[in-house]
Structures are given as C-alpha cells and as structure tokens.
Design a protein around this ligand. Sequence first.
Ligand SMILES: [Zn+2]
Ligand SMILES: [Zn+2]
Ligand SMILES: [Zn+2]
Length: 226
Amino acid sequence: MALTRGNCFICGATVSKTAIKNHILKNHNDGDERCILIKAEGAYDKNYWLYFSVSLDATLSAADAFLRRIWCECCGHLSAFRRGVDELGKSRKLSLLYIGDILQYEYDFGSTTEILVTVVDNLSRPAQKEKVRLLARNVPALEKCVKCGAPATQIHAWEGGMFCDKCASNAKNNEAFLPIVNSPRCGECGYTGEYDKWTFDPSGPFPQPAAAPAKGRRKKLVSPDE
Ligand SMILES: [Zn+2]
Ligand SMILES: [Zn+2]
Ligand SMILES: [Zn+2]
C-alpha cells in the first residue's frame, strides 16, 4: 500500500510522506527561533505520521503530552521513551538528542501503542509559544464497511472489523465499537481521540507569502467626450 499523503499545516499544501520533510525544510525554515523538527509514525502502520517542531528547551515530557493528546490518551496509562534498550527520563531535553536518533515511544504497557520518534533536523521557525507545534499530518485513510462497502466510521475493539454506523448498530456485541480516528491507537482500549484538536482545516487560516509589490495605480480612463 502506498504511503499516505499528508497536509502541511503551515501552508495548506497536500504533500506525500516521502516529500514532506524536504517541503518543510525548504519552504518553512524561515524564522528567528531555532527549534528541532521531529517525525512520529506508527511503529507498525507507518501510514499514521506527524511532523512537529519543538523548542530547544522542550523535554521528552512535552513530547509525551503532545503524543498523548493527538494520538494516544484514553485512560491515563503509563508511557515511556526508549533508545535501544535504554529508557530515557522524561526530563531529558530533545535538544540533547542527535539528528537521526530514533526513539521508541510506548503508550500503555497492556494494550500497547508503539510509535517511532525520529529527530529529523534543525529548523528555524517564527517564535512559537507552545513547546510543541504540529507542522504536518497524514490525511486520514478512507476505510470501507466490511458488510456493505459504505464509508466506515466504527471499529470493533475485539475483532477489528470496520463498519458503517448502520451495520455497526446491527452487529453482535455492538457495545464494543469505537470510532475510527486518525491515530495508530485506533480501536485500542477505549481510545476515541477526544483530545485530538488537530484536524486539518483546508480553509486555513494559513499565513500568506509576502505580497507582491503593489503595481502603480492604473490611470483613470478618460472618455473621448471629456
Ligand atoms: Zn507547507
Ligand atoms: Zn485505556
Ligand atoms: Zn455498512
């Protein structure tokens, strides 16, 4: 399956997963604040992916809070970052990692969601208030109902099949359905995506590129009678 495309949250462009890194580094590397570009993706389903920037003083704890809100949080489970076999303390600053480092992030040690977090590059951005800012995210996949082929909206938490609302309400054990959400934790535990406020809005607002210099005022047409 081809990797999903994504939305650039800075300019609104739709960009393939393979091109998004260069898109950000080339077009959006233009501010006074030095920060770090980070990629997160599902460890097993890499069609779920995010690019975000973190300030130089951001810790793993800030990245943890962000990943919980956008992708993971259901019942306050434990989480951890590891690099190889070492667990990293959450007070560690992301700026102390190396470009190219890949961390494993785990949320919930029972019904675990595993995420790979890659330190991509340095980036300059206009000053950001938040320690973590979303820059790009995969477009949600369109799933089809296993019964009727209509767009699926719910996933069965025990069996995994995806259903439309109508077929879900007619299914056995229909108390086990969860909403289909744009996250590698979709269908796990009681995850519903309730804290994910980062849905892409194609109408923006996106900051406009610097305006072209205004052309000279057009001369008023003078009618031949005057
Ligand atoms: Zn862009
Ligand atoms: Zn849970
Ligand atoms: Zn259906």
